[in-house]
Write a protein that binds this ligand. Structure first.
Ligand SMILES: *[C@@H]1O[C@H](CO)[C@@H](O)[C@H](O)[C@H]1NC(C)=O
Ligand SMILES: *[C@@H]1O[C@H](CO)[C@@H](O)[C@H](O)[C@H]1NC(C)=O
Length: 461
């Protein structure tokens, strides 16, 4: 209770867009360092115009210290046998698929959420029947419950989002109840024994934060800078930044920064093995939102198409994420698009306060509708996706479609650091919805996912 009041005061009294609440000084040296790294990362301003080499938390922890189930969460974690009893699995599963989960996560019934007695895990609800990391007075624990720190949405925004999801679910919107009832143990079996690499720009970085937060009871609340996990100097020199969290059973989530296909194809992919990427891993990629000109985007996407075509047999399982929606005060919300007829900035170029796309509606079947001819491009997925997705589809790469769900989420930009940033959101909002979209794709692709051998799972990373 006391903590809650304190956090609220912090949220009220600090200019949330400029600074972050300070941390308790009682934390250990190691944690303080790590916090400082995190704060720096959160304060970095991911303006799309400024290339940023994301430098993240410096961990003092031993690199390969496995997440110790027994000593970290005494008795709160069942190594085996904590199989989710709820239905949410494809009917026929490949033999490698093992539905067990290292933690026990009770499903929160939708009815309880409808009565307002609980919120979805995606929105920061604590693990049931009991939780461990959630009780720690520690940065990631606070942030992952969206109580404070960094780009956490205000309580008002969180209430609005919850109401929005609930009313969509009540109106029978496809997949909405499932989204609200999703547990981290639904996703873990698809990741077991693999690393899921989230490769892309600052939007992917925010997605990483959302994803690692959804799974925050599975790791030790220490993020490891990717370069600290590597020894090869040449490999390190190719990195623009990234970090990993280490979960049980040789399972990791890693973010790798790459703003452009050019960097991805020429620098990162050639050293992927040195980075620790394996064929059995999963790589979620997106590079589009940095590119504001149609010509550059065309060049970039063809580089990726060419690279993928030549190397797909050696790559991890690739999933593409579509380009994300922007809500700038321009006709179509785009930041700018030089020479791109669908998305001209206003003549006075003052398009820097976010605005809703009031003439576009997200229907219960998750399709978009508009009567406004100028917004047809939005209904069709935005100019970037119109250009890139057909090519990605042709390659047979599965796509996480986030666009439609993101269109209504214009009001969650203001909680981010920059007032005029209508690209990134505060948490929880769009990114958390994307997690459920990613889960859908993993389910659909379960037969295409490369198997993970039990022996690989048993070997330390
Ligand atoms: C599933 O994974 C758990 C944890 O690694 C293991 O104990 C169990 O034996 C596995 N089940 C099967 C059927 O492989
Ligand atoms: C998004 O909306 C468009 C336009 O209504 C629709 O064609 C498309 O299928 C929708 N996409 C998804 C993934 O629901």
């Amino acid at each position: 209770m006391g903590v809650n009041v304190w956090l609220k005061d912090q949220l009220k009294s600090t200019d949330h867009s400029k600074s972050l609440p300070l941390l308790s000084s009682t934390t250990s040296q190691g944690r303080r360092l790590s916090h400082r790294g995190m704060l720096r990362a959160l304060q970095e301003r991911p303006l799309l115009l400024v290339p940023i080499a994301g430098i993240l938390a410096i961990s003092l922890w031993t690199l390969l210290a496995p997440w110790g189930c027994h000593d970290s969460v005494k008795g709160h974690c069942k190594r085996a046998g904590a199989v989710s009893t709820q239905p949410s699995r494809p009917a026929f599963l490949p033999s490698w698929f093992n539905a067990s989960c290292p933690l026990e996560y009770e499903r929160i019934p939708y009815s309880e959420m409808l009565e307002g007695k609980a919120r979805p895990y995606l929105l920061g609800e604590q693990q049931r029947p009991r939780c461990a990391n959630c009780a720690k007075d520690e940065l990631w624990s606070h942030f992952c419950q969206y109580k404070s720190h960094g780009p956490a949405c205000s309580q008002y925004d969180q209430d609005t989002l919850f109401e929005t999801l609930r009313s969509r679910a009540e109106r029978g919107a496809a997949g909405m109840r499932k989204l609200m009832e999703l547990t981290p143990c639904d996703i873990f079996p698809y990741l077991r024994g693999r690393t899921i690499w989230l490769v892309g720009d600052s939007m992917m970085q925010e997605f990483m934060r959302a994803f690692q937060c959804f799974m925050y009871e599975f790791w030790d609340l220490e993020v490891r800078e990717l370069s600290d996990l590597l020894t090869d100097e040449e490999v390190k020199s190719k990195l623009m930044g990234g970090w990993c969290v280490i979960m049980p059973e040789n399972t990791r989530i890693c973010h790798v920064r790459s703003n452009m296909a050019d960097h991805l194809v020429k620098n990162l992919m050639p050293v992927r093995e040195g980075m620790g990427m394996r064929r059995s891993d999963i790589m979620l990629v997106n590079v589009a939102v940095w590119l504001n000109s149609e010509k550059t985007l065309r060049t970039e996407i063809s580089m990726w198409v060419d690279y993928y075509t030549r190397h797909k047999k050696q790559l991890p399982f690739v999933i593409w994420r579509d380009a994300s929606v922007q809500h700038f005060n321009t006709p179509t919300g785009d930041y700018k698009c030089d020479g791109c007829p669908d998305a001209q900035p206003r003549a006075d170029d003052k398009g820097f306060s976010c605005k809703p796309m009031s003439s576009v509606t997200l229907l219960p079947d998750n399709s978009l509708h508009t009567d406004d001819p100028a917004m047809r491009v939005i209904v069709e997925g935005g100019w970037r996706n119109k250009l890139t997705l057909p090519q990605i589809e042709k390659l047979g790469i599965p796509i996480v479609h986030t666009w439609n769900h993101s269109v209504p989420l214009w009001e969650y930009h203001h909680g981010f650091q920059e007032k005029d940033d209508c690209t990134h959101w505060c948490h929880p909002s769009g990114y958390q919805i994307w997690i459920s979209q990613l889960y859908q794709v993993l389910r659909e692709q379960v037969h295409a996912l490369p198997p993970v051998q039990a022996t690989a799972r048993a070997t330390n990373l």
